[in-house]
Design a protein around this ligand. Structure first.
Ligand code: PMP
Length: 407
């Protein structure tokens, strides 16, 4: 039985007591972005109202204070993901930015004509398109790992696709559309046994389970702060020190240099080499509060509670006639996608919104996956620890009402 005090937790998120269309908000779009706890809002406000200064530059008090806080977040992230070194933690603009950095910089250094990049059929577009772009530039090829009808990667299929040409495997930890959590530790070990590197898209897993980069032995890992109760416009790229050291900078500018002359520029050491320009300072500083908040509740407790809630929602949804679940993996977290016979997901989303229930509809930036399931769009409810059984009941009742109206 879960020990979370959800009633108390809900008070920490001011947006949960707002209304939408005159109905109390039932926020079930956590996979798109999570709501922010008061501690994060307070930290942003404090910085923006009292502590503004640029980092890594001035000798004045505010700049030094800001730099310290900015670097403290990096240590907090290091501990969250169990990175061996703090300079293996790179600030980016988000998951998408992190994968673009990785694809360009890794690709520049390691990819040549004929090489292969292995991605799964359930990847978000942001873990497909940047690889296609660098593959085109280098004459390399993107190869897809297929999934089964339940929405799972078959390790046998994966093994067959690992060849001497495979330079890197990049796979999502938890799918934003299916909720499937992939066996990434085994996948990383298989990639390494084949002499390939392994990158992990942890955008959907980082807020819901422990992601230990050393235990999983991934070479790279990316996620976004806004999906783990933090601010927008900020993400993390983790990379193993030796690989990051061997890779060229992604963008040039201030902070990433050691010395600039018109003849030749030398680059800064990690992590600054990959952090050109003024970063998202207030966001980075406030992000520490988000992580501390989540860890104070505890990832194990969160995971236990969310699993219970997902099971309840799944069993209630299945009782509604005409519902087809998209994604029925054994290992699943946080996400419940579905279609209903004769109902367009967009219409369903609109009617649910009228009842204050926020869900996502569309292709969820996973068009190849939609094609795999023979659909162009689906509805998705996604849960986190501040959601309740009552939220699920409101969601189910709203679907029934919408169905009556539409059918
Ligand atoms: N990968 C996955 C699995 C995601 O869920 C998302 C966000 N929907 C992304 C990548 C992209 O993240 P962002 O838009 O924050 O860059």
């Amino acid at each position: 039985k879960s020990t979370l005090d959800v009633a108390k937790i809900r008070k920490d998120f001011p947006q949960l007591s707002t209304t939408v269309n005159d109905k109390p908000l039932v926020y079930l779009d956590n996979a798109a972005t999570t709501l922010k706890p008061q501690v994060v809002i307070d930290e942003m406000t404090k910085h923006l109202s009292q502590d503004v200064a640029n980092v890594h530059r001035g000798v004045h008090t505010l700049s030094e204070m800001g730099t310290r806080a900015f670097e403290e977040t990096r240590v907090t992230v290091q501990h969250l993901i169990n990175a061996a070194h703090v300079h293996e933690v790179i600030y980016t603009k988000g998951t998408t930015d992190g994968i673009n950095l990785l694809a360009n910089s890794f690709g520049e250094q390691y990819l040549k004509a004929g090489d292969e990049i292995l991605l799964s059929q359930m990847e978000h577009h942001s873990n497909i398109v940047p690889w296609q772009m660098i593959a085109e530039k280098k004459g390399a090829k993107v190869v897809m790992i297929p999934i089964n009808d339940a929405g799972e990667i078959s390790l046998d299929e994966y093994k067959k696709l690992l060849t001497p040409k495979t330079k890197i495997v990049s796979v999502v930890h938890t799918s934003n559309t299916l909720g499937t959590t992939n066996p990434v530790k085994e996948m990383a070990a298989l990639a390494h046994a084949n002499g390939s590197k392994f990158a992990l898209d942890a955008a959907q897993s980082i807020a819901h389970q422990k992601v230990d980069v050393q235990d999983l032995d991934c070479d790279f890992m990316v996620f976004s702060a806004h999906k783990i109760y933090g601010p927008n416009g900020l993400g993390i790229l983790y990379g193993k020190e030796d690989l990051l050291n061997a890779m060229p900078p992604y963008q040039g500018g201030g902070a990433m240099i050691s010395e600039v002359t018109f003849e030749k520029t030398t680059y800064n050491i990690l992590p600054n080499k990959f952090e050109a320009g003024t970063p998202a300072i207030a966001e980075v500083i406030a992000f520490k509060s988000a992580i501390d908040y989540l860890l104070s509740i505890g990832l194990d407790a969160v995971n236990f509670y969310e699993t219970e809630l997902l099971e309840y929602a799944t069993s209630e949804l299945k009782k509604i006639s005409g519902v087809r679940l998209i994604g029925e993996a054994k290992e699943k977290s946080g996400v419940l996608s579905f279609v209903i016979d004769g109902v367009h997901p967009h219409d369903l989303g609109t009617l649910l919104d009228k009842q204050g229930v926020a869900i996502r509809t569309g292709h969820h930036c996973t068009q190849p996956l939609m094609k795999r399931f023979g659909i162009t769009a689906c509805a998705r409810a996604s849960f986190t620890f501040y959601n309740t059984k009552e939220d699920v009941d409101t969601f189910i009742a709203a679907i029934k009402k919408a169905k009556e109206f539409l059918l």
